[in-house]
Structure formats: structure tokens, C-alpha cells
Unconditional design. Structure first.
Length: 234
């Protein structure tokens, strides 16, 4: 039986890629939640990038595209969309290509390379049930806080995906599974108590936390291929 494990930050993404594992990238607050929600709302594709300059350059390549993102949690001046996934429903994203820059999540996606899956609590069940069909060991790459620190919500997000899979666990994966299982009924409150959740609360972004905590509301599996994230047709 194939095994599932958790790696951390962009360095973990690069190591998992080198090891030939199927990668699932998560950044619950908020990059991967943003991407999953955008595709679920009908966005055509997401183009994750590492820096602002690249985003602005690609906006000229993809006609009628939208730029979105943040640096250090703050919206990027001049970008079309702010980084709040809860605001996407107000925007006209259906059929659009969104060029997306975040502090850490998009960096982890790019460093993960071809066929990386974009995960969140929104699509945890869909991904968990899909992973056993992939004939590879799996590494869930948790972005963490600014690609430097453990984050509670990413640990729970990894645990959710593991919970819905039927793969063999490493000890770290097992710990995440148990953490999610014991938090199932109060995910929002627990995520609010973490470092990133507390920061968003202070900024009045409770709706982002509520959305990011919405379990299994999106039946979509986003795949990164040819430098673009699109929804796998199930």
C-alpha cells in the first residue's frame, strides 16, 4: 500500500518533487482556499507565481486576466483582486484566468512542479478519495506561516485529506489525522485560535476563516500542469 506523509514549506515541496511523490499543496489561510474556491466558482484557470513582477508580466500574456494576491497578508496595490477568498463571489471570475501571488502558498505550488494537487478543507474529501488511485506515495506539502513556521490550520487541513484517504500513514500523518478527527465539530473555532486565524480576526476578516473552515463544499480537484492550475474533470 502506498504511504502518505506531510512535508513543510517550499523546501519540503522541492524535496518531495525530487523524491517523485504525488504532491498536495495546502495553505488553508489563504492561498489554496482562494484557488479552490475560485475554480469552484467557475474560474477558467489559476496561474500561481512567486513574485509581483512575474504576475504583471503574465497579465499582458493572458488577455482579460485578473491579478490577485498578497504580500505578508496585505493586498498588493494595483492588483485587480484582494487575497480574500470570501470576496470572490462578488467578483466576476467565471471564465477568467487569475494570476495569483501569495507569500508562501503559490511558491510551494510552483516548487512542487507538474501534477501537484491544490488542497483545502473545501475539497478535502474529493482529494482524499482520489489519492489512492494515484500509483505513488503522497506528500502533503503544508505551506505554514510564511514558509517558516508550523501552522495549526495547515496541520488540520492535512489531517482532513488523510482522514478521507485509505493510505498507509507515517507517524506525522497519523498525528494530523487524529488532530482533525478530534477537531471535526469545531474546526472554525480552532482555526481562529491559531496565529494566522488570530491575525485575520484582528483585521476583520472573519468571513475568510468561515469559508476556509467549510468542510467538503467543493467537488473539485485542481491540478498544476504547464504552470497553470485547472480543475481535473471527475
Amino acid at each position: 500500500m502506498k504511504k502518505i506523509d506531510i512535508k513543510w514549506y517550499d523546501e519540503g515541496a522541492r524535496q518531495a518533487r525530487k523524491d517523485g511523490k504525488q504532491i498536495v499543496v495546502i495553505d488553508i489561510l489563504r492561498a489554496t482556499t482562494f484557488e479552490v474556491h475560485a475554480l469552484n466558482l467557475g474560474a477558467k484557470a489559476i496561474v500561481p507565481v512567486k513574485d509581483i513582477r512575474e504576475a504583471l508580466m503574465l497579465k499582458k500574456v493572458y488577455k482579460e486576466s485578473l491579478t490577485a494576491g498578497e504580500v505578508g497578508g496585505e493586498p498588493i496595490p494595483g492588483f485587480d483582486l484582494d487575497p480574500s477568498p470570501s470576496n470572490l463571489e462578488k467578483q466576476k471570475v467565471e471564465g477568467k484566468v487569475i494570476i495569483h501571488k501569495s507569500t508562501c502558498g503559490t511558491k510551494c505550488i510552483v516548487d512542487s512542479g507538474k501534477d501537484a494537487i491544490i488542497g483545502s478543507l473545501l475539497n478535502a474529501r474529493s482529494i482524499g478519495e482520489y489519492l489512492p488511485k494515484v500509483d505513488k506515495d503522497v506528500a502533503i506539502v503544508a505551506s505554514g506561516n510564511s514558509c517558516r513556521e508550523f501552522s495549526l490550520e495547515d496541520f488540520l487541513g492535512a489531517g482532513a485529506i488523510i482522514y478521507y484517504s485509505s493510505m498507509e500513514h507515517t507517524d506525522q500523518a497519523r498525528a494530523a489525522y487524529l488532530a482533525f478527527k478530534n477537531s471535526y465539530d469545531n474546526l472554525k473555532e480552532i482555526i481562529m485560535s491559531g496565529k494566522s486565524g488570530s491575525k485575520l480576526m484582528k483585521k476583520g476578516l472573519m468571513k475568510d476563516i468561515e469559508l476556509a473552515s467549510s468542510l467538503n463544499t467543493a467537488n473539485v480537484i485542481p491540478i498544476y500542469d504547464q504552470k497553470v492550475v485547472t480543475a481535473l474533470k471527475l
